[in-house]
Design a protein around this ligand. Sequence first.
Ligand code: MTE
Length: 304
Amino acid sequence: MLIARRRGWEIPESRVTSESAMLNRRGLLAGAGALTIGGGFAAHAESNPKFVAGRDMTEEKYATTYNNYYEFNDSKNVAKQAQALPQRPWTIELKGLLKTPRTIDLDDLLKQVQTEERIYRHRCVETWAMTVPWTGFSLAQLLKIAEPLASAKYVVFETASDKKNMPGIASPFYPWPYIEGLAMDEAANDLAFMVTGLYGKPVPPQNGGPLRIALPWKYGFKSAKSIVKITFAEKKPMTFWEGIQPSEYGFWANVNPAVSHARWSQARERLLGSNEMVPTQIYNGYGEFVAGLYEGRKSEKLFM
Ligand code: MTE
């Protein structure tokens, strides 16, 4: 994303959707409610009607080929390279302020949670947006399993840093590993969703397989991909992008069309596929679920 040397939000002309693709997209939307999930990663996941997309679903071919994943490269074109990241076995280390620090296997974890499908809007800080069907389970369920101590105030996500398969890790420009975090009450919010599937299939590596998070009210960089470690901490962590450019990327990063990025407006967003520009909504339209989290935090930089 986001460093002055590249205009990463621009996409080539070849990606502009044709009329027939647009019609297909509409067809896809009509069938969205009926999507069912197969395979061991999330069998029997039903679409949760509580979360209404309110716009057409992005075609799979756009959502899975236009990606930010800097551990591979900074071009958006990472899908091919990302196939090298092994998706199993996959373990998640739970550490810090919790009852029993331990490492859990992803498949064992999946046996302990209820999975469902949620169609969420995703708004990147660079101003592109998509609407996709994720499969997974609420982060709240994982918190119950992890049993954090009362002294834990933040949840910190660390993502895969696999030198062998991720060529971007060799870049000294970035402070690897990718770190993201949430305050405990944000993490417990129902919208915070651990993702294992996309379009009814295992979430592909370029989208953060085999385990990522989706936080639809925040700019996309908060949604860490390929999570390998979850730490419960007393102190707010220094996150990856904040560490690189604190004047442009903060900890809270809630979507707000009225608060511009240091170098561009956040008033509108470009829908992947159609390239249609539409107005951006505060909290990306999820204010009814999350606005209350920030009532007592008005003095913080909530929107960057
Ligand atoms: N997670 C890791 N580990 N590395 C990244 O580069 N990019 C972030 C986020 N999570 C990123 C990441 C950004 S900027 C965005 S917009 C989303 O992933 C993109 O997710 P998508 O490729 O599934 O659309």
